[in-house]
Ligand binder design. Structure first.
Ligand code: HEM
Length: 151
């Protein structure tokens, strides 16, 4: 079951990234075209929020029960901090993703509270863009030089 959940968590990265990119493109086009806030824009932003929260849920289970033993290695302390792979999953990936998902949540709820349509789109654009960047950088891509290291 844990192996299946790890595969699901791994595949869901593409769904989250795609939804964030689509919500951001939609916000840019809507701001540029001075469009009113449409239902499809709200749905895109909402689905990005929902899928990022599903990732948070799956990640939390993997953090405590996953094959890498992220939480157990956190408790080991110093030896984990000097091992880039263990540190990445025990601290860096988890913290960065929680911050990114919090940004998505703030961006979505701020957009709901705004009265002016342009400001609704601006909130999605700003918060989702920062979250997208953070998520992209902190995914353990196979082409990374090392866990969490791009160069
Ligand atoms: C949008 C958010 C997230 C994305 C896109 C994401 C993506 C990924 C990816 C691609 C992997 C590699 C899976 C593999 O080995 O094939 C992974 C592993 C992992 N993630 Fe996330 N993650 C996210 C959020 C989180 C959060 C919030 C947590 C913790 C609270 C977390 C905990 C973990 C753990 C513990 C692993 C290692 C699983 C294992 O191999 O046992 N993730 N994540």
């Amino acid at each position: 079951m844990i192996t299946g959940l790890t595969h699901l968590h791994s595949s869901f990265r593409y769904v989250v990234l795609l939804l964030l990119v689509l919500a951001i493109i939609d916000a840019v086009i809507s701001i540029a075209g001075d469009k009113t806030y449409r239902k499809q824009s709200k749905m895109l932003a909402l689905f990005a929020l929902i899928f990022s929260h599903i990732q948070l849920l799956m990640g939390s289970v993997l953090y405590f029960l996953g094959n890498r033993g992220a939480f157990a290695s956190l408790l080991e302390g110093a030896s984990t901090m000097s091992n880039p792979e263990a540190r990445f999953f025990a601290v860096e990936h988890m913290l960065a993703m929680i911050v990114a998902i919090a940004l998505i949540t703030v961006g979505y709820s701020r957009s709901k509270k705004q009265e002016v349509d342009k400001k609704k789109y601006a909130s999605i654009l700003m918060f989702y863009s920062i979250a997208l960047l953070l998520i992209f950088v902190m995914i353990p891509w196979p082409f990374m030089k090392d866990f969490g290291r791009w160069f």
